[in-house]
Design a protein around this ligand. Structure first.
Ligand code: SF4
Length: 295
């Protein structure tokens, strides 16, 4: 008889290891395609260095010295029998992965200072819970780098500025941080809802495969327009100039209050780490982004 807590724990340790060392296929492909397309010699050198870095990391070394702050997205089925085990298993797995991968200790107390040393502490790992129907759980490890996090913004726009104002906010933000966020970036945008909702939607967009399109053609059009506009800035990889500033822009929205137009802008760096697995009620594990050999 398998121990549910152990299965969730061991799965999460592997998710964290894979997230830190192997980029999802869609991100790596986007970076390789960008290298093929890039016309700027400096940008080509930067992209080449990133691709070499990715190849070295695949041997088991984290792809960046900043291994991120620990965030999980958990979609748990209302009939999954082990809901009560998840939080503790994710926390223990974070401690184990920190020691074994190893991951850089990145959990600092903002009140009294001091690093916990194991990536765990007050409210960290942060878990974004979603209850869905079903009897399995989907866990996504999303360790988020600090450099790209520092340029995420919330704009509380006047509704009158409309979509034009939304696009201006996003492009102006990209122009303001230039290469500080380790471009090429992925940008997630959440429009509407409220201040917290807009940012939550924005960050969720960073989980989408880079080659997908929003099902609403109007939104998909905004995604393409913003990608083109930001790439036209010429900021380029690591901000040193070039054709590739963003690999993708992903947009989603919620209905808004008549008086508000909140816009969340979440920025991800080239080290776009995410790793997902599903655990069934019978404790069978399927890794979605980083399959086991032979799967
Ligand atoms: S922003 Fe990303 S690539 Fe840059 S240092 Fe942080 S984790 Fe590494």
């Amino acid at each position: 008889m398998k121990d549910p807590a152990q299965v969730i724990h061991d799965t999460t340790v592997r998710l964290l290891r894979m997230a830190a060392t192997v980029l999802p296929n869609d991100v790596e492909k986007a970076l390789r395609d960008a290298y093929e397309r890039e016309t700027n010699p400096t940008a080509r050198t930067q992209l080449e260095a990133i691709l070499k870095n990715i190849d070295i990391a695949r041997t088991g070394i984290p792809m960046c010295q900043d291994t991120g702050i620990m965030i999980f997205y958990v979609k748990v089925g209302d009939k999954f029998p082990y809901i009560g085990e998840i939080r503790d298993a994710l926390t223990k797995a974070t401690i184990k992965a920190t020691a074994e991968v190893p991951l850089r200790p990145n959990a600092v107390n903002p009140i009294v200072g001091g690093n916990s040393g194991n990536n765990v502490g007050e409210k960290i790992p942060w878990i974004n819970w979603e209850i869905v129907s079903g009897d399995s759980v989907e866990i996504t490890a999303f360790p988020k780098g600090g450099g790209s996090e520092n340029v995420c913004i919330l704009g509380m726009l006047k509704p009158g500025v409309g979509l034009k104002g939304v696009k201006k906010l996003v492009v102006d933000n990209a122009m303001s941080y230039m290469g500080k966020a380790c471009a090429p970036n992925i940008i997630g945008i959440g429009i509407g809802g409220g201040s917290d909702i807009a940012l939550k939607i924005a960050k969720q967009q960073l989980l989408r495969p880079l080659d997908d399109h929003h099902p609403d053609p109007e939104v998909a059009k905004i995604e393409e327009e913003l990608k083109e506009a930001i790439n036209a800035t010429g900021i380029g990889p690591m901000g040193l100039g070039g054709d590739t500033t963003v690999l993708a822009v992903k947009v989603d929205y919620a209905m808004r209050h008549p008086a508000s137009l909140p816009v969340g802008v979440a920025v991800q760096c080239w080290a776009a780490r995410r790793s997902t697995a599903v655990i069934t009620k019978d404790l069978e594990v399927k890794y979605l982004t980083h399959p086991l050999e032979g799967e």
